[in-house]
Design a protein around this ligand. Structure first.
Ligand SMILES: Cc1ncc(COP(=O)(O)O)c(C=O)c1O
Length: 479
């Protein structure tokens, strides 16, 4: 049985501009394939009946049937008796079949390998296990030692913080989901950057929030006019923002932008989630920053909930993140937690305490690693694909590259066939679009990044031609 069914209207919304210069059935199949690969259609979802989709797209049923057949042959969907055409499961590495080997480069995640000294911290923490294995181990708030380390760092960076304002979570994603649980009611509007971090958008959609987009780009940063409009007119209950090295654009807010957004959100009565997961990933940022909301009036600070994590600075596998919130909100967060999970593991918390003691050294190593990745990627792209617009991010995990044409999905498909796994631009969108952009993480080793750029350059002519608008292709054929 299918888990859920996608209506033809919902699929057409997701498809966006899918027609390209190739055969119509193939263009449709390619567009659905990218939606499956990017997990914008969940495994187990039934696609609309051929007849319904054909009617909505003004196509013949034979064309839709041919597209579904193509998807079946590539292994992305299967036919289930009683359910119709259903999207198949399998991780991104298993898709398409046959690419999961050591020659595959997986850049759909932007996460560096662990800080090299992490193993020794695990050994040190395990040696001290006698001190904490006597507890029940169900820790909903976080150890006082770790909360003190986190709070002291906020205080040192200009945002005085009491350890009781901190809740330790299993990574920033759990933190975002928990705050969403407590703040967002079904049907609430939520202001969110576009492009954005997709799993945060998914968590908000799961809470039945209506997302209202604030555009941000690598060159100009946040569209404050639009932000002002969204915050005043849409009356969102929550605004989800990434102030530093925004994922995926790499943009960082200057002081004026921070102040404007914090004050506008407070005036609108919106709680701000300031997701600072990527904030420590400085390479060469031209200005120093303080945590979001530092120096603001208490009434403005009251509305700001900060989310942090050691996932990018130390290791994603540690699964240690946290929430910094007003003292009033903390008990509500702790009370809402048990229905989704029963605490943060002890060993990892002990490792995190040791990592906090060595944070300056760790961040120096991360900065060097990211600089090497960024410089390698930017220089390889400038050499191999000079027609692309390649930003020079001052930190973070990825470059949001402009392709100059709406071909991100065909390009993601074409490189996948060569063994390079990337998410297409629209995966980061809130309201469709972003077909002209591709997120390229620079967290992988330099040799992999160079090989990835080589694959992109090889696939580029095919993707660019596939993505050309139909009219242009027809005109070319005539003259
Ligand atoms: C902006 C942002 N927020 C949250 C997360 C999730 O982090 P964690 O691994 O701590 O759950 C990520 C991970 O990529 C991220 O980039």
């Amino acid at each position: 049985m299918a888990d859920s069914r996608l209506s033809s209207r919902a699929l057409v919304n997701l498809l966006g501009e899918w027609r390209n210069a190739g055969p119509v059935y193939r263009g449709l199949a390619d567009a659905v394939r990218v939606l499956c690969l990017d997990r914008r259609i969940a495994p187990g979802t039934a696609l609309p009946a051929e007849r319904d989709l054909a009617a909505r797209l003004h196509l013949s049923r034979t064309t839709v049937a041919a597209a579904y057949r193509d998807l079946r042959e590539s292994g992305h969907v299967s036919s289930l008796r009683g359910s119709g055409t259903v999207v198949r499961g399998g991780g991104p590495i298993a898709d398409p079949p046959g690419t999961a080997d050591e020659t595959t480069i997986d850049l759909h995640r932007a996460s560096p390998a662990a800080w090299p000294g992490l193993g020794s911290l695990f050994v040190e923490a395990a040696a001290q296990s006698g001190q904490w294995v006597g507890h029940s181990g169900y820790d909903m708030v976080g150890s006082i030692e770790l909360r003190t380390a986190i709070a002291s760092r906020y205080t040192a960076r200009g945002l005085p913080t009491d350890p009781d304002q901190i809740v330790v979570t299993t990574g920033a994603q759990s933190a975002i989901a928990l705050v969403t649980d407590v703040i967002v009611r079904r049907g609430d509007r939520v202001a969110i950057e576009t492009p954005t971090y997709p799993h945060a958008a998914d968590a908000l959609r799961d809470a039945a929030a209506r997302l209202v987009a604030i555009p941000v780009d690598s060159e100009h940063g946040w569209d404050l006019e639009r932000a002002d409009h969204v915050l005043r007119r849409a009356a969102p209950s929550l605004a989800y923002l990434m102030p530093d090295f925004q994922n995926p654009t790499g943009a960082s807010m200057d002081d004026q932008t921070r102040r404007f957004l914090a004050e506008s959100a407070a005036e609108a009565g919106a709680v701000v989630i300031a997701d600072e997961t990527t904030a420590d990933l400085d390479i060469d940022r031209p200005f120093a920053t303080r945590p979001f909301g530092a120096g603001a009036d208490p009434a403005v600070q009251h509305n700001i909930v900060t989310v942090g994590s050691l996932s990018k600075s130390v290791w994603g596998g540690l699964r240690i993140g946290w929430i910094r919130a007003d003292l009033d909100l903390v008990p509500r967060l702790v009370a809402a937690r048990p229905r989704r999970e029963l605490g943060t593991p002890e060993l990892e918390q002990q490792v995190a305490i040791l990592a906090f003691h060595r944070l300056p050294e760790i961040l120096r190593q991360r900065g060097e690693l990211l600089r090497l990745g960024r410089d390698t990627l930017v220089s390889a792209l400038s050499d191999a694909l000079p027609e692309w617009t390649v930003p020079h991010p001052h930190g973070g995990v990825a470059a949001w590259v402009g392709l100059g044409a709406p071909v991100s999905s065909p390009l993601a498909l074409a490189v996948r066939a060569r063994g390079l796994i990337l998410s297409s631009g629209p995966r980061f969108g809130v309201d469709g679009g972003h077909e002209r952009h591709l997120r390229l993480p620079f967290t992988a080793p330099p040799a992999q990044l160079e090989r990835a750029v080589q694959m992109l350059a090889e696939a580029w002519p095919e993707a660019r031609d596939r993505g050309r608008p139909v009219t242009e292709a027809v005109l070319d054929a005539v003259v």
